[in-house]
Design a protein around this ligand. Structure first.
Ligand SMILES: [Zn+2]
Ligand SMILES: [Zn+2]
Length: 436
């Protein structure tokens, strides 16, 4: 397992080593200058005009227009704003896919980028800033750059490339559907069905020039729960008349933590976070109800089922003990993103060809979530991380106002993704989908 902190704490040695390794180990030609320039220009436009999930109308128009001009067969409006583009090469061969996400977040950008966003919009009744705080502007422009490179090589391409530009990766607004799951339902992986799919994500803990991956589980399943505890209200001075839902909630929150500590195998991963607790109106009134909301993250279906079952059982037992009742809703959002191990084993040497072997880092999985998981459930998938930290600059964390992916990551993104797609068409690996 890689120690990320140690890796980023040696910028000077690393930067010096990078040049050396670039000359020694990269067997791919550098990205075409005109393509790179255009991709960076697209990035600036998209970054400056961010759009929230399921609202990526102008971004999708830009993407569709660019792909049409390159000669792709383009289908728009898949899963609301998604764009699916197909390029059939001049020679027969397999079908391979890559996916980029296009949506931004309700975050007010705070950095010194000359093309930073000043866009504001209404989100759930509030005026908010909108920013590409998760780097999806980079992912979209990298995949457009890849599209341009491949289009230039069309006569010699042995097979078909399918490019998927997806909206609402961050999750659709309440009451709407969207994202990878809806695109799949609307045929994004049909006609033609790819034999493998790739995607990348900006990663601020890696420097520009580096890429990271996990073989097997890469991102967690993300579940969401909502619990309402129903007690009996009373004056704060007469608790004997109440069934205090605040005390019941406190007992439940504490007990739930023991599920991870005492029910889950210590060698398995699980997170249970109560992110919201709401109840009461005044200091001396015991309320009738308390509402809790939160998230559960797991890397395997068995642990996921165990978490839900134990949460329900404990809630039933504790509310009964406190003479109260409850309603509990448990919703599965994204499944875990599992990188196909055979595809990962095939991909790593090809990533090394693209960026230099010393720059390909095996990383532990994270408990964050990614809806690429839905695509990777259908066909073998490989999802890797793209370093976007430029030494000497403040990169900020994903989803924060100061997140700042560097333009120089775009060349590495194009190089690594086009390298994987071209190598796939060239080597035609046989990779079977993992069970379930
Ligand atoms: Zn995100
Ligand atoms: Zn993201």
């Amino acid at each position: 397992m890689l120690n990320i902190r140690r890796l980023v704490s040696l910028p000077v040695i690393h930067a010096a080593g990078f040049l050396l390794i670039q000359q020694e180990a990269c067997s791919m030609p550098p990205v075409d200058d005109a393509v790179l320039k255009q991709a960076i220009a697209w990035r600036h436009t998209i970054h400056q005009h961010p759009e929230l999930s399921n609202r990526e109308v102008h971004t999708a128009q830009l993407v569709a227009a660019a792909l049409t001009e390159m000669g792709y067969v383009v289908h728009s409006g898949i899963g609301h704003t998604g764009v699916v583009a197909v390029l059939q090469g001049g020679k027969p061969g397999p079908v391979v896919a890559a996916r980029a996400d296009m949506d931004a977040l309700p975050v007010t950008e705070q950095n010194d980028l000359p093309f930073r966003s000043v866009v504001k919009t209404d989100y759930l009744g509030q005026q908010v800033g909108v920013a590409h705080a998760c780097g999806h502007d980079i992912h979209t422009s990298v995949l457009l750059g890849v599209a341009a490179l491949l289009a230039k090589q069309r006569p010699s391409l042995a097979g078909t490339v399918k490019l998927i530009f997806q909206g609402a990766e961050e999750g659709p607004p309440p009451g709407e559907r969207g994202g990878a799951e809806l695109m799949l339902e609307q045929g994004a992986l049909d006609n033609p069905r790819p034999q493998a799919i790739f995607a990348l994500h900006s990663f601020p803990d890696l420097q520009v020039g580096e890429v990271g991956y996990s073989a097997g589980p890469a991102f967690a399943a993300s579940d969401q729960f909502s619990l309402t505890i129903k007690g009996r209200p009373a004056h704060g001075a007469y608790p004997q008349l109440s069934r205090d839902p605040i005390v019941t909630a406190a007992a439940i929150v504490s007990s739930w933590q023991s599920i991870v500590a005492r029910n889950v195998n210590p060698l398995d991963e699980a997170v249970l976070t109560v992110g919201m607790i709401r109840g009461g109106t005044r200091y001396n009134i015991i309320p009738a109800t308390v509402e809790l909301q939160g998230t559960v993250r797991t890397l395997s279906g068995d642990v996921q089922a165990l978490m839900e079952r134990r949460m329900r059982d404990m809630t039933a037992g504790i509310t009964a003990a406190y003479d109260s009742t409850f309603t509990f809703e448990y919703q599965k959002n994204n499944p875990a993103t599992i990188n196909n191990i055979a595809l990962a084993n095939w991909a790593v040497p090809h990533l090394a060809e693209a960026v230099g072997s010393a720059h390909v880092k095996e990383l532990p999985p994270t408990m964050g979530a990614e809806d690429f998981a839905f695509f990777a459930q259908v066909v073998p998938g490989f999802y890797f991380r793209l370093g976007v930290h430029k030494p000497g600059t403040e990169t900020g964390g994903l989803h924060t106002p100061t997140f700042r992916g560097d333009d120089s990551a775009i060349a590495i993104g194009i190089q690594s993704m086009s390298g994987l797609l071209l190598s796939y068409l060239h080597t035609k690996p046989t990779v079977r989908q993992h069970p379930g």
